[in-house]
Design a protein around this ligand. Sequence first.
Ligand code: RIB
Ligand code: CA
Length: 311
Amino acid sequence: MKYHILFDCDPGIDDAVAFALAGAHPEVFVMDGVTTVAGNQTSERVTGNALKLIAFLGIDAPVARGAAGPLLREIIPAGDIHGSTGLGNCVLPETDRTVVPEFAPEFMCRKIRELPRGERMVLVPTGPLTNIALLLKAFPDCREKIDRIVLMGGSMSGGNITVSAEFNIWEDPEAAAIVFESGIPIVMCGLDVTMQCGFRREQVRQLLRDESEVARAYGEMMNFYFETTVYEKQEKIAIHDAVTFMYLLHPEIFSGREMHVQIDCSEGLNRGMTVCDTRVWSDAKPNALVLLQADSDKFEEYLLEAIHSYR
Ligand code: RIB
Ligand code: CA
């Protein structure tokens, strides 16, 4: 199975791991483009990180810069979880790669329209959904050529940036509402499943000692997590964004439920909450496959295999 992919991201350590997973499988992913959105860090930093990552990993994909903040609200970066550069303490080699001149939603539209007849695009957003919302609103003709949206975001079981909400949805709830109400099939890789998917301290330490420069760089990125308040007392880190591409590669290691998901766009305690309708008698039409379970061991095995595939 081959997928045409537009990867919308805010690298971000776990976004960077998603790059490595996708880049290790060119036989599955045709990376038609990478677009950046401000979230974990500013637009300038996440865009610089995306360019360095495609060069470091040898991924042949154009990069377009996107929204520098949410549709309506002021941007609030994700804080110290990814460090001041967005990639922890890891310093990737400089690159002369540059962005394409188009704004990300325009670039995405062009790539979708350029698809060969009969082909459809899979959107993989792993940051706030601002660019995706702008694409859908500005270029509605693209909708029919989007196969599905496999996104990292949301949660049925409590948040991370607040008690109620997951960061990507919380940062731009209005954009998320546009996406979830679009009618395009969604696979929601929320905290319920992503918290089961990551590496233990010892696995990260082993990467740090690896002979491969790429493996060591990823060990350095992920080791930064253990220095943050979120993980300083934890034995395992969650590599949220990698779940998106892992689902496309190995859907058999995941399970979930089709549900109707709404976004709370109010201000206050539940801002950005993904309100999932679990009522079996509900007549609300499901708009998302919400992933709930993962085979954590298989996730670790396949992700380590991908990271070690770079020599
Ligand atoms: O809540 C986790 C999400 O927020 C991930 O995409 C991470 O990169 C941050 O953007
Ligand atoms: Ca992200």
